[in-house]
Ligand binder design. Structure first.
Ligand SMILES: [Zn+2]
Ligand SMILES: [Zn+2]
Length: 390
């Protein structure tokens, strides 16, 4: 492989010219192909991708397009590789990079941001004002791997050093892929006020982000932590991750009343983190929360415009926050908690497949085959693991 001037490599990690990569064709169509291995520029490293988790947002990108945005438009038939929740090993350093060493295992967060707009300067790089402007004569250097640039359903990818967090040897590859999910949970609680110790939190929706929000809230000392959802098996995992109470909304006629009952004086919880994307979720959340309470919306709703009871929100001084992904280096704080074993994120990892079997892995995630929650894909699965997965 021709290595550009200034890029450092190591004989311990030989870099091939080509890699296996999945690219998106028409909606829902993934094609297995070969791509050149990209080379890191200034402030970037090359990561050998050891494991990648499938996220519900990957399914949005692959089947519908947004929020992925490639060259200013839909991501179809642009030789684009999706996938964003990955971890791996640093195998090459861009010119001037001394923050990471070759051989270091890292988790990556998605958004590098442009680094020059108002929001990036505030640490809100997931709300970069130059989102997706990384091509042609509008190139601002923005990267969100798996959204606006090539992602991780392949063997190697370049990442800005700002998106990396080193992980300990004891953390498995699979757990490493969950740092970014826990980072979103940490970001939600950061934006809501951060200091939730002794305060009550309700998480609506036991998807991966909801479940890890329960775990992070409990680790931060929230009390009580309530989780609502429709699937008993996922609610049971929520209990294992620290929920004090779980409520199956299908078996509970008035979920708002039930949540309020669990709080002092029945006044409602201090915070709600909405992770369900259900059409009635916002109106229920603003009724579960107490007067002056805060609601964070962390799920992409799919049903378009939803009527919201604005008068109730105003009369009760309720704060509503939308968050995108994980900003303000929340992944670093999430990783610190995971490294200290403050919670066991691996409880949400259910299946592992080889990179070659990505379409099967996606089917498991999409159709929740065998109650799949987090499905992980590995480029180099050893034989035993592969047999176990089959
Ligand atoms: Zn994701
Ligand atoms: Zn920016």
């Amino acid at each position: 492989m021709a290595i550009p001037a200034g890029v450092k490599t190591s004989p311990a990690f030989p870099i091939p010219d080509e890699q296996r990569a999945w690219v998106l064709g028409d909606p829902g169509q993934l094609v297995y192909t070969k791509k050149p291995v990209p080379m890191p520029k200034k402030a970037e490293v090359l990561v050998r991708i050891d494991a990648i988790a499938i996220c519900a947002t990957d399914l949005d990108n692959i089947y519908h397009g947004p929020p992925a945005m490639i060259e200013g438009g839909l991501p179809f038939n642009k030789n684009w590789t999706p996938g964003h929740e990955y971890m791996g090993t640093v195998v090459a350093l861009g010119p001037g990079v001394d923050e990471y060493k070759i051989g270091t295992r890292v988790s990556v967060e998605i958004h590098a941001g442009c680094g020059q707009c108002k929001r990036c300067r505030e640490g809100m790089y997931t709300s970069c004002h130059n989102y997706g402007l990384n091509y042609g004569d509008v190139d601002k250097g923005h990267r969100a791997n798996g959204f606006t640039t090539d992602g991780g359903f392949c063997e190697y990818q370049v990442n800005n050093i700002n998106t990396l967090v080193a992980i300990p040897d004891e953390m498995s590859d699979e757990e490493g892929t969950l740092v970014v999910t826990a980072g979103t949970a940490m970001y939600a609680l950061t934006e809501l006020g951060g200091l939730v110790a002794g305060e009550s939190v309700c998480v609506t929706g036991p998807g991966p982000i909801g479940l890890l929000t329960v775990a992070v809230a409990k680790a931060l000392g929230a009390q009580p932590v309530v989780l609502t959802g429709t699937r008993d098996n996922r609610l049971a995992i929520g209990k294992e991750l620290g929920a004090d109470h779980v409520i199956n909304v299908r078996k509970t006629p008035d979920v708002v009343a039930e949540v309020k009952k669990l709080t002092p004086g029945g006044k409602g919880v201090d915070y709600v983190v909405e992770c369900s994307a259900a059409s009635n979720a916002v109106n229920e959340a603003v009724r579960m929360v107490n007067r002056g309470g805060k609601v964070c919306l962390a799920a992409f709703a799919h049903e378009g415009v939803v009527p919201v009871d604005v008068a109730h929100i105003v009369r009760n001084n309720i704060y509503l926050y939308g968050i995108r992904g994980e900003g303000k280096s929340a992944t670093h704080r999430a990783e610190a908690y995971m490294a200290q074993k403050r919670f066991d994120a691996t409880k949400i990892h259910t299946h592992t497949f080889a990179l070659d079997d990505l379409p099967t892995a996606i089917r498991y995630a999409k159709d929740r085959v065998e109650d799949a929650i987090k499905v992980v894909v590995k480029a180099k699965m050893d034989k035993i693991q592969k047999e176990a997965a089959e």
